[in-house]
Write a new protein. Structure first.
Ligand SMILES: NC(=O)c1ccc[n+]([C@@H]2O[C@H](COP(=O)([O-])OP(=O)(O)OC[C@H]3O[C@@H](n4cnc5c(N)ncnc54)[C@H](OP(=O)(O)O)[C@@H]3O)[C@@H](O)[C@H]2O)c1
Length: 305
């Protein structure tokens, strides 16, 4: 058993290799909880300095020095660099190395495991854009942990210290799990971009659009939290209002086929949700589905050209 990892998390010497958005936010969050983040390494020294600067006693090191000095190493490089980074370093029994990817298997760290290191996954289901903003949004989020003992218990204790929930995945589910996360992270950006394009058409700025749309999005999220996905769904389909959807479809024509097609797909997906909450019956649902079906080429161009 690795003594250091089995010990209290307060005595662990923690290092970060890869000082980007997630690395900075996680390092700062662990340090703010009194944990010993003692070293940072990155491709560029300036990135490691940016991670280390706000943490008292945190040094900028070469990656190998960091591995030799730490009990727990967070490898927070981009996914493609995980395997080569681990393979380029010397590992030992008594050290643990953890990646924070949602989609890459823990097996990417196999070369460290072969040298006796403990390996694991510690994936926070959160968006890490601006590191300071991300650090504030970490409490309350879910961290998916994958490791053998005693590292597993250490990672659970770290997640709890960060005031996060923990999640486990059955083997082979990482890609599906990571795809699921995309719906409520980057796809929200796509929805905002579509809405913002409409706002711009009457001369509004992106800032004005975001100011107006964010409270609406927050209200939708609060309603989902309170009532559930289907029961909380707002909008004309949830009221059986076909006429409003017809007006939307006409209004979107100047924005092109792709914008219209995406609106139809998204709006169609609201129909079964409205049915699930009992807001519309099968007959109304059918009328929505007919209205929202993708038009054929002939429908779009009556001349047939
Ligand atoms: N961003 C998110 O929302 C998010 C959410 C959950 C999980 N993750 C996971 O977190 C990990 C990091 O993602 P990120 O978004 O923080 O990426 P990122 O912002 O691009 O940061 C990656 C950092 O690693 C450094 N780096 C690249 N190659 C390296 C190497 N060979 N050795 C040492 N450092 C290297 C980069 O270089 P420089 O030193 O040149 O800056 C950069 O600072 C990924 O596994 C990702 O899947 C990200």
């Amino acid at each position: 058993m690795t003594r250091a990892i089995a010990a209290s998390i307060d005595s662990l010497r923690i290092g970060f290799i890869g000082a980007g958005r997630l690395g900075q936010a996680l390092a700062w969050s662990l340090a703010a909880q009194g944990l010993k983040v003692v070293a940072a390494a990155s491709q560029r020294r300036t990135s490691a300095q940016a991670l280390a600067a706000p943490i008292p006693g945190c040094r900028v090191d070469a990656a190998q020095t960091l591995v030799d000095d730490c009990d727990l190493v967070f490898l927070t490089t981009p996914d493609a660099a995980l395997e080569p980074s681990v393979a380029a370093l010397r590992w030992r029994a008594g050290v643990a190395v953890v990646h924070c990817s949602g989609v890459t298997e823990v097996a990417a760290l196999a070369s460290a495991a072969a040298a006796g290191a403990q390996v694991g996954g510690f994936h926070p289901m959160q968006t890490f854009g601006d590191p300071a903003v991300a650090a504030r949004s970490l409490p309350g989020c879910t961290i998916t942990i994958e490791a053998g003992e005693p590292l597993d218990a250490t990672l659970v204790a770290l997640a709890e210290r960060l005031q996060c929930r923990t999640n486990r995945l059955p083997p082979g589910m990482r890609a599906r799990y990571h795809a699921a996360a995309g719906y409520t992270s980057q796809f929200i950006n796509v929805l905002f971009a579509d809405a913002e394009r409409l706002w711009r058409s009457w001369g509004a700025s992106e800032a004005q659009a975001v100011d107006a749309l964010l409270p609406l999005a927050r209200g939708t999220l609060a309603a989902i939290e309170a009532a559930g996905i289907a029961r909380a769904m707002p909008g004309p389909v949830s009221r059986g209002d076909l006429a409003s959807i017809e007006k939307h479809l006409q209004a979107l024509v100047p924005f092109g086929d792709e914008a219209c097609a995406r609106y139809r797909i998204l709006c169609r997906a609201t129909v079964p949700l409205a049915q699930e909450r009992g807001a519309i019956d099968a007959q109304i649902a059918r009328r929505f589905e007919d209205l929202l079906a993708q038009p054929s080429v002939a429908d779009r161009d009556p001349s047939g050209r």
